[in-house]
Design a protein. Structure first.
Length: 151
């Protein structure tokens, strides 16, 4: 009986250590912190990208598609936000158990930030966008979800 009591906590500890050790844990559909967009994360050439696949309000009050109007590049301001790739070139770092070396584009403000992402558990992803050093950044949390239908 005593062996079982000791073994159970060790098994629970070991299973926790095994979590988030896979580079592909980030793949899937995530609901952003504001719950107004879903981002599909996918892998291409061993790097991870994310694109907007659902928006709570994909069209404005006139029924026109919401555009990337604040993009610093004038020639890109007529792109629809729906379908826009906003996360680029993340690389899995197996030593730190996180994805790094990427960038994230904030279509609300038209700003691009360096990005580090890390799973908290199988349903939670923390993303830290920053300029220069990650200590001076901002962390946002996404939750794994099922793809919703856009109106």
């Amino acid at each position: 009986m005593q062996k079982k009591i000791i073994l159970l906590p060790l098994l629970l500890l070991y299973s926790g250590v095994l979590f988030a050790q896979s580079a592909n844990d980030i793949i899937g559909t995530w609901l952003n912190q504001e719950e107004d967009a879903q981002i599909e994360v996918f892998v291409e050439n061993e790097k991870y990208f994310g694109k907007i696949v659902w928006l709570k309000n994909p069209k404005d009050k006139n029924g026109d598609w919401v555009l990337d109007a604040k993009n610093p590049k004038e020639e890109l301001r007529n792109r629809k936000k729906l379908g826009l790739t906003i996360m680029y070139n993340l690389v899995w770092n197996h030593h730190d158990l996180e994805w790094s070396e990427g960038e994230i584009y904030d279509a609300r403000e038209g700003d691009t930030y360096a990005l580090v992402a890390k799973t908290v558990d199988s349903e939670t992803l923390n993303l830290r966008g920053y300029v220069g050093f990650s200590i001076f950044g901002k962390t946002t949390t996404w939750k794994k979800t099922k793809l919703r239908k856009t109106k």
